[in-house]
Design a protein around this ligand. Sequence first.
Ligand code: PLP
Length: 359
Amino acid sequence: MNSNSTGAVPQGAQDVLTRYWDTLCTWRDDVWLGWHEGLDRYVASLEAFVGAPPGSIVTDANLSTLLTRIASCFDYRAPRNRVLTTHLEFPTVPFIWNAFRRYGAVVDVVGSGGPRFDEDALADRIDERTLLVCVPHASFSSGATLDLPRLVARAHEAGALVVVDAYQSIGVVPFDVTALGVDFVLGGAHKWLCGIGTAFLYARPDLLPDLEPAATGWQAGDRALSFQPSTGWADGAQRFAGGTPFPLTALVSQVGLDLLAGIGIDTIRAHSLACTDRILARADAAGIRVVSQVEPDRRGGVVGLDVPDGEAVKRRLAARNLICSWRGYLRIGPHVYNTLDEIDEFMDALEEELQENRR
Ligand SMILES: Cc1ncc(COP(=O)(O)O)c(C=O)c1O
């Protein structure tokens, strides 16, 4: 029940690892051609999965690297120099924005400190000084979600751009970057996309010609593969690339993505809702406080539970081979490979552990 932390990687990944090792053993320089094809195929599959046009996604090692590249496109000149964010970000987000204070970014954190987003306060705080609104789609700690259409509409009305960290939703919640009209989307493979060690950035295609990241590398240039110094930018989102890519993680992650795409996001979502319905019903019956949204149209893939001594409870569950995680709240994140019987087994054990707490 831990896909919000690390998703399961399909067995087909083992063949990819074997082929990679064979490639290393019989190395020829033109191996890179095949590896680049593999990287391009992964990007194309991601684009299809999130409704992004060709050339609008780039991959790199992690989300932090890609968010920094976005941040490095702007000059933070007053009056439009504010970055609005929330108190429910994954820690890399405030860390990066705080670093950009030295370039003039004024960072404004909106939120109550509780498990939910303060969506009214966020919408109210957007004005003509707002350059970027940088928010998660779903909180990594509580599982709470944000109403993105409302936020994107408000931000665009004020002339601000929206950066969404969708690491905790893409793969389990339908997410169409074009339909949402969002400006930047970040996500990664090793949770709900059943991959390893790779992250991605979508940038709205019409913005791309004006975006020039200062944090960059030779693969972002227009002459990268001819090994000449570039004079301009590569086409599309490739201008957000950095240095030499690491193909293995994309090749492995392709297996999980193909599997999920084959099942289809609507089927995945229906199963996820059935699983979270069951968790919610069991939590309700046991009197456990739910901190994530319960309405189906606002629910993410995670149910966040507020339980006493949650970290110890998580450890005792793990000792019983029932894996979830605790980040201030107990996070239960079933995916398409979990069954309702497993959920009952998990919730039975959770109730027992909570009773143990009371003794
Ligand atoms: C919401 C969210 N953003 C980002 C990350 C990871 O960021 P990075 O790839 O930079 O380690 C995580 C979890 O690992 C996350 O839950």
